[in-house]
Design a protein around this ligand. Structure first.
Ligand code: ADP
Length: 473
């Protein structure tokens, strides 16, 4: 089967979070299973672009309102990722270093989607399925069926829409309706939600199938979906949950080149300790104490706003019993608070404010516990990476965290789960982790070995996506 993934992110070309990881890994596994999987993302100016050789495959023109623009499509020559990676270049819109965060993001992603549609219409290769991801590509299923320039060629091609995060919906005011290509006017309701053009809603209504990245997240969206709850209830028949996997080649402690010492299950204790010592040296911490880490975007969804108070309380209640390293970026007030706390609690709390892929690998390897108190977590990859590296996750009971972590108090449990995104619940859970570390090291080691042995690779989930494609082909 021939699958085309259209996304705003694809690791290692462009990654801002889990979406990049998923789109960088799933196609690789689909190729391995004997299918043709291809990926197209915008041609941002990221380091990966300059390291590789590319060939031009198509050039065209499109129109965004009154703005006429040219676009080009290039392909990575060596196919080193295990699938064809295509980039769309649009001068003045996509030629920027960051993936998101610009005022004209709506125009940037509409122009990208128009270019992809136009290119696919001219392509000799015809995908069997077009799989789009999150709101940045959410207008595509609508364009394929109802936009005059594309529908003749594409309305028979099935589309699948995967929701990695429904908090962000890409809202566009109706006054910008002319950014869209001409379409059946009487279908306008398909792109609208709550009085605005809503690309996430457009995809849920227009795609042939919709998936979320865990089962529990799909259930939760019916009750809490940033205003779209009723739509998820109404469209429940075409929605299903498929849990994300991890790229077991990139995230493997026994081969990971970013670690100071690689280790398998048999060398878990010395391997982890060596990585921990190097981190503790870098951040001025004591390597004999249990090390906790938080890695992620500093935003409300991740409950990052609770972290300063959690850190104060942990440093008071658990004096000299623990160390913590935080890696993250996001809310600027929070960033500076955390920076100050790192100075206030020197020797016990270290912070790296920013995005640092290499450090994230070293933290998954060197930490004993990973903290994930998320308010919303569609799947969560951090806990899966942590487990692969023998790091026990402390997670809130939500979304994909609920689907992948079982509390150690339950039968065959291997992590710590708590119900509320509150300072009290988080600090209490840290206390449980410390008791485990200090009073029951053999149980802790058993848990670490157990979680390292899990197979969270993409094989199973990739097969589920293929079944889904088959069902609509
Ligand atoms: P989300 O996509 O909501 O941010 P996920 O858990 O699905 O959350 O994926 C987060 C991914 O981003 C993981 O690969 C994690 O290691 C990575 N990540 C998050 N913040 C940082 C950071 N500051 N530096 C390096 N990697 C990060």
């Amino acid at each position: 089967m021939k699958i085309l993934h259209v996304s705003a992110e694809c690791y290692p070309m462009a990654k801002a979070g889990g979406l990049g990881d998923v789109v960088g890994a799933l196609p690789k596994y689909q190729q391995r299973a004997g299918h043709v999987a291809q990926v197209v993302v915008p041609m941002y100016r990221t380091p990966y672009l300059y390291k590789k050789e590319w060939e031009l495959v198509h050039q065209g023109r499109q129109q965004l309102g009154t703005y006429q623009f040219s676009y080009s499509v290039i392909r990575e020559k060596s196919r080193e990722l295990g699938f064809d990676l295509y980039l769309v270049d649009i001068n003045g819109l996509l030629d920027r270093p960051k993936v998101y965060g610009y005022e004209d993001d709506p125009q940037r992603f509409i122009a990208f989607q128009l270019s992809v549609m136009d290119w696919v219409c001219h392509w000799t290769h015809r995908p069997d399925v077009i799989h789009v991801h999150d709101h940045h590509t959410g207008l595509i299923p609508f364009f394929m069926r109802y936009a005059y320039p594309f529908r003749d060629k594409l309305q028979g091609v099935p589309s699948v829409f995967t929701i990695h995060n429904a908090q962000y919906q890409g809202w566009i005011d109706w006054q910008h309706r002319d950014w869209l290509p001409p379409y059946d006017e009487w279908k306008s309701g398909l792109i609208e939600w709550a009085g605005q053009i809503n690309p996430l809603a457009a995809a849920v209504k227009s795609a042939w199938k919709v998936t979320t990245v865990s089962y529990s997240y799909l259930e939760e969206l019916r009750h809490s979906a940033n205003g779209m709850e009723k739509l998820f209830e109404y469209e429940r028949g075409k929605c299903s949950g498929i849990l994300n996997g991890i790229d077991a080649a990139v995230w493997d402690p026994s081969t990971d080149p970013l670690l100071v010492k690689s280790y398998g299950i048999d060398q878990l204790a010395p391997g982890k300790q060596a990585n921990k010592e190097s981190l503790c040296q870098q951040f001025g911490l004591d390597p004999q104490k249990p090390l906790f880490t938080f890695i992620g975007r500093l935003v409300h969804e991740k409950a990052a706003d609770l972290l300063p108070e959690v850190i104060h309380q942990c440093m008071h209640h658990f004096v000299d019993r623990m160390s913590l390293i935080l890696l993250g970026s996001g809310d600027s007030t929070l960033e500076s608070n955390l920076h100050q706390l790192a100075q206030q609690y020197t020797g016990r709390f270290g912070a790296y404010i920013g995005y640092y892929e290499e450090l994230s690998h070293r933290l998954y390897a060197g930490a004993d516990f990973l903290l994930m108190p998320s308010r919303v977590e569609p799947c969560g990859l951090n806990q899966l990476y942590a487990m692969r590296y023998g790091t026990v996750p402390l997670v809130r009971n939500t979304g994909g965290l609920r689907d992948t972590v079982v509390d150690m108090g339950e039968w065959q449990g291997f992590g710590i789960r708590f119900d509320q995104a509150s300072v009290e619940d988080i600090v209490y859970s840290v206390g449980r982790a410390l008791d485990l570390y200090e009073q029951n090291p053999s149980k802790l080691q058993g848990m670490q070995r157990h979680i390292m042995g899990f197979d969270h690779s993409w094989d199973r989930s990739a097969a589920q996506y293929l079944e889904l494609y088959q069902s609509i082909r």
